[in-house]
Design a protein around this ligand. Structure first.
Ligand SMILES: [Zn+2]
Length: 500
């Protein structure tokens, strides 16, 4: 059976497949500014796609919070426990990239930079035992489905993607091989859509539906030959000729005895072969889990920090600034500080500290500001850094750090999670010296009061503002100024000194 033509796609047999990258001339520093390339790509005329994705996000953080197979805010590949679970197709996929309704051929990321021609190339050789390559090879061998996401910066498809990040479908890894890319070698991967009977939403609008499974040829496979140099088999990826794809072999990336030409055409048989469906190959979770319906609005805790898919298919988080109008208000139950601490960090009457002699050893003062332990690191010619180490007695004082921790969870201070990491929710009250910051704190009887987080804040010896602080404190003690006036004056004092 002849190679199946790829409906609605411009890259048919015999045509050189090029990425959507725009070639730029040489620039200083041997690199092309990425904004120039992106601007040129933006001018590309895009075709409308067939349908909407099953879920989408305009923000990578929301995507990663809601999609369990892509908890990955950086990089294009989510790997965990030695397997690749999810893949993001975005921006530049490198040279010799291909995407159609059922197949994705792209590079495996890591340590790449753009050369003078705007080509993405690895800065060093990418080996089979690198973490990324090992993970994708493990998913290939285990036949583990890999979720894919389309980013709108990727223009190889030439499709007008409706959102910044678009969930595609489950794919299986069919091939991983190595190619010469620039002066180094890097890994490439071929993904194939798991459900070949399903319409792909990213196919061109008006394109033909997928060929019925019963009419497909699952037996024809691309040519694979054993290398005379290394005795290992390599598949024929390019029409131009068979090459050994083992980077350690002398015949690597050569057609006969000649290095491969700069422009290569994909082997049609390599693009068109399909794997027979297998009910045993199943993902271990839904492509888009329905987390929203499982939420208990009256018993919410830190687990609600996970994202979810909204009713309009966008993904979001409770405080993620989602673009859709979906809203659900939940009662957050404050979590105990103990939930966040390791056994080794249970509050102790005094924290023992071991200092590594490779680094600076501070002066230790357990007397002058007891119960604080005062550690002073003297930096020659710069000044000093003072660390006031709190203990259980300090943390548990009324309106102290423990109360503040609970208060922070009950009061809306307009705080949002830091967009790069959900870990910002895990506030650790290890050692804090609060300079009279007022905070509304729940008293436990349903009322809340405004008070100083540490009303007995100390005047720090050696502080540049020691004298001024002492004067203010004496006035407050004598009743000459109110607590609010005292707190405001201290804040103003420190604020006006910051720039000096
Ligand atoms: Zn070889």
């Amino acid at each position: 059976m002849a190679a199946r033509p790829i409906a609605g796609r411009p890259h048919v047999a015999g045509q050189v497949l090029k990425s959507g990258r725009v070639t730029k001339g040489k620039t200083e520093g041997n690199k092309v500014p990425s904004d120039q390339i992106e601007a040129a790509i933006t001018d590309q005329v895009l075709e409308p796609v067939r349908a909407e994705p099953p879920a989408w996000a305009e923000n990578c953080q929301q995507l990663c919070d809601a999609i369990p197979w892509f908890h990955c805010t950086q990089g294009a590949m989510y790997h965990s426990e030695g397997f690749c679970w999810g893949f993001l197709i975005d921006a530049d996929g490198g040279t010799r990239t291909c995407i159609d309704e059922e197949v994705i051929i792209t590079r495996i990321g890591g340590c790449c930079t753009k050369d003078s021609e705007g080509n993405l190339a690895p800065q060093k050789n990418q080996e089979a035992d690198s973490t990324l390559a090992r993970s994708i090879i493990a998913s290939l061998k285990s036949e583990l489905p890999v979720g894919s996401i389309f980013g709108s910066k990727h223009k190889i498809l030439n499709g007008d993607l409706p959102h910044r990040y678009n969930i595609m479908a489950w794919f299986r890894v069919t091939n991983v091989w190595f190619e010469r890319i620039g002066t180094n070698h890097g890994a490439k991967v071929r993904f194939e859509k798991l459900d070949l009977a399903e319409n792909s939403w990213w196919a061109a609008k008006g394109s033909a539906p997928p060929m019925p499974l019963e009419l497909r040829d699952f037996d024809t496979k691309p040519q694979s030959l054993k290398c005379e140099g290394c005795s290992k088999e390599s598949i024929r990826v390019y029409e131009d000729g068979w090459m050994c794809l083992q980077p350690e072999c002398d015949r690597f990336w050569k057609i006969g005895n000649v290095s491969s030409p700069p422009e290569l055409t994909f082997n049609p048989a390599f693009l068109s072969f399909r794997s027979r469906s297998d009910d045993e190959i199943r993902p271990n979770c839904s492509l888009v889990p329905d987390h929203l319906s499982t939420l208990d609005e009256d018993a919410t805790d830190i687990s609600t920090s996970r994202g979810w898919k909204c009713s309009d298919d966008s993904t979001g988080t409770q405080t993620g600034g989602n673009v859709c109008s979906f809203e659900r208000l939940m009662t957050m139950n404050p979590i105990s500080r103990q939930v966040l601490l390791d056994d080794s960090e249970q509050p102790s009457m005094r924290r023992e500290m071991v200092f590594d002699r490779k680094f600076m050893i501070p002066e230790i003062d357990d007397v002058s500001l007891s119960p604080y332990r005062k550690l002073t690191y003297k930096l020659d010619g710069v000044g000093c850094i003072t660390h006031f180490v709190a203990d259980a007695e300090i943390n548990s004082r009324p309106n102290g750090p423990d109360d503040l921790f609970i208060g922070l969870q009950r009061e809306d201070l307009g705080l949002n999670p830091f967009p790069l990491s959900i870990l910002t929710l895990l506030i650790r009250m290890k050692s804090k010296l609060l300079n009279g910051n007022t905070q509304r704190v729940d008293t436990g009887d349903g009322k809340s009061v405004s008070g100083s987080a540490l009303q007995d804040n100390s005047v720090l010896k050696g502080c540049r503002l020691e004298d001024e602080c002492r004067v203010l404190k004496e006035k407050c003690k004598a009743g000459e100024i109110s607590q609010d006036k005292y707190d405001n004056s201290r804040r103003t004092l420190f604020a006006t000194q910051k720039g000096k």
